[in-house]
Design a protein around this ligand. Structure first.
Ligand SMILES: Cc1cc2nc3c(=O)[nH]c(=O)nc-3n(C[C@H](O)[C@H](O)[C@H](O)COP(=O)(O)O)c2cc1C
Length: 275
């Protein structure tokens, strides 16, 4: 029995669906939760009415534990009140919005995971009493800021805290998850693997591009773009060089070779993580 999953996350399997922008359909979020882990809704620029609509739809599919992620500085405080209506008890923040949000969320009984990529960001998270730490390594798909590969980041921070650590970035296979949990982390957070599943909100051709991608199909794009505070993006450079979430992918993309239902992906991970 994984005590972090049971006591903090409120689920059986120590796995969190990474926030996946608009690829995170209601069906995907609910499928991960209904399979015993944590589905995550990214609140990207949502107005409170949109948050309420999405949570209402997700709650028609699952009553289990879900997480919301606050992805930018532009998030509206009014969204916090909506969370309480739908019994959301988990949230994720970053180094830039954490200081503003964490204590408000915790005051409402919401447990907060703080995503970090450096030692310095860990200090911020600990000084503000994050309930758990999400350590995102350099391999991660989409927006990534850490200069450290995941294993190096975990070694760097492991001795500094007894807070539970969730490992994220480049984890596509149950065997990799099993290398990390429970020895180096209490749980894993997984993104790209779930972009290649039946429930993800992307097209068949987007999924085919991801399946066909090799290691060198992925670049870390360091150009500054948009208003996201962390501008580096790991994405496919194949298929038209588009810079959109449908083309975000982690550095280990060549390990993903088939489209599967989310429940199957979950069952494969659960076999290893629940041993
Ligand atoms: C398609 C895609 C969309 C993403 N959208 C978001 C997002 O909306 N908010 C966020 O905080 N992170 C987002 N991320 C970053 C993931 O949270 C990050 O990649 C996570 O560490 C999981 O890594 P993995 O994709 O290597 O498994 C996205 C990543 C991908 C691949």
């Amino acid at each position: 029995m994984n005590t972090f999953a049971a006591d903090v996350l409120g689920c059986k399997t120590p796995l969190i669906l990474a926030p996946l922008a608009h690829l995170a359909s209601n069906e995907l979020i609910a499928a991960v939760t209904n399979a015993g882990a944590i589905g995550t809704l990214p609140l990207h620029r949502f107005k409170p009415e949109q948050t309420r609509d999405r949570l209402r739809q997700i709650r028609s599919l699952t009553n289990g534990p879900i997480m919301v992620s606050f992805t930018g500085e532009w998030e509206r405080d009014e969204n916090l009140d909506v969370l309480l209506e739908f019994e959301v008890q988990l949230a994720m923040v970053f180094w830039w919005n954490g200081p503003r949000l964490i204590h408000r969320l915790q005051a409402h009984g919401i447990k907060v995971g703080w995503q970090i990529g450096t030692d310095e960001q860990l200090s911020d998270a600990l000084s503000r009493d994050a309930d758990f730490i999400i350590a995102q390594g350099l391999e991660a798909g989409g927006h990534v800021r850490s200069p450290h590969r995941l294993d190096d980041l975990l070694s760097l921070i492991g001795d500094r805290t007894d807070r539970p650590i969730v490992a994220a970035g480049g984890i596509n296979t149950p065997s990799r998850a099993g290398q990390l949990v429970p020895s180096a982390a209490s749980a894993v957070m997984i993104g790209t693997r779930f972009c290649v599943c039946d429930e993800a909100n992307n097209s068949d051709s987007d999924r085919t591009l991801l399946i066909d991608a090799e290691h060198d199909s992925v670049i870390l794009d360091t150009t500054l773009r948009g208003d996201w505070p962390c501008a580096f993006r790991r994405r496919l450079s194949t298929g038209g060089d588009l810079d959109v979430p449908e083309r975000y992918a982690n550095a280990n993309i060549s390990e993903i070779v088939s489209v599967l239902p989310a429940a199957q992906i979950m069952a494969d991970f659960a076999k290893v993580l629940n041993q």
